[in-house]
Design a protein around this ligand. Structure first.
Ligand SMILES: [Zn+2]
Ligand SMILES: [Zn+2]
Length: 279
């Protein structure tokens, strides 16, 4: 059952109308960000990015991600096994993952997990097994799922059709408008990164135009994928989600403030952030 926050903690509607953004997917524990977390979180807050979800992708990354979420009131965590690491975990990886997720209510999702046929580090059958186990865990814990799907939309869609009641986001969407449509039919949220600002990504921009407003999310996937206007920075960081939101606004013919309001409200809804005090 969701806890009802005390009145002082309840976000006011006005919060969504000022420029406030949520970076729904970053890796504050990865090299490039881990060694300067204080500055990175400070930059984000100064840019209006008031909440961040850091993603732990491997058992050795889970404790650092949890610690980061405990250290900063702005930061939440999601824990999972990235498909590229699916072959590196023990057969019984679900039990410790369940313990880590339930250890702290600031863990707001299972993931990232999914299928990645672009990188062939883990065989497809091992990826599928780990993916299915994590979907079952999310189902059991009533948590939303952060999906990583690369060059594997057909297989991932087929698997998710058996988990219709799960709430999930297809993070770092890099597919076609047709694939976006199929995900939306399954009830997915779609997360856009700096890819949407790249010259060679017209499909991603076209997909952004057809996503219903109540399904849109923005993220950085930092330290990767610097948006075009700041691409000279080798390391992406959550503050730069402002560039993603600006591009999303342009594609949809709305203001940046409207894009911020829509995506922030959606992130609150998907990840249940309303139960936490506004920082
Ligand atoms: Zn990913
Ligand atoms: Zn990621």
């Amino acid at each position: 059952m969701r806890q009802i926050p005390p009145a002082a903690c309840r976000p006011r509607i006005a919060v969504y109308n000022i420029l406030m953004l949520i970076d729904t997917h970053c890796h504050l524990t990865y090299v490039g960000l881990a060694e300067r977390q204080d500055a990175v979180v400070q930059h984000a807050v100064a840019a209006g990015v008031k909440r961040l979800i850091t993603i732990g992708t491997h058992p050795v990354d889970h404790l650092p991600a949890l610690r980061t979420a405990e250290k900063f009131p702005e930061v939440f965590a999601a824990l999972g096994i990235h498909p590229q690491h699916a072959h590196e975990v023990e057969a019984d990886f679900i039990a410790p993952l369940r313990d880590a997720i339930t250890a702290n209510r600031r863990v707001v999702a299972v993931g990232e997990c999914g299928l990645d046929y672009h990188h062939e580090s883990a065989p497809a059958d091992i990826q599928k097994k780990a993916f299915l186990a994590q979907l079952a865990l999310a189902d059991q814990l009533h948590k939303p799922v952060i999906l990583h799907v690369r060059d594997a939309h057909a297989d991932a869609l087929a698997i998710l059709r058996d988990f219709r009641h799960l709430r999930f986001v297809v993070h770092c969407f890099s597919g076609t408008p047709q694939e976006a449509r199929q995900w939306i039919e399954l009830g997915a949220y779609i997360g856009f990164t700096g890819i949407i600002t790249y010259k060679n990504a017209p499909d991603v921009r076209a997909a952004c135009q057809l996503v219903p407003a109540d399904r849109l999310l923005v993220e950085t996937d930092a330290p990767y994928l610097c948006p075009q206007p700041v691409r000279k920075n080798k390391t992406n960081e959550p503050a730069f989600v402002t560039h993603v939101a600006r591009q999303v606004a342009m594609e949809r013919g709305i203001t940046s403030e409207e894009a911020a309001g829509i995506t922030t409200r959606n992130a609150h809804q998907l990840f249940g952030l309303d139960g936490f005090c506004q920082s």
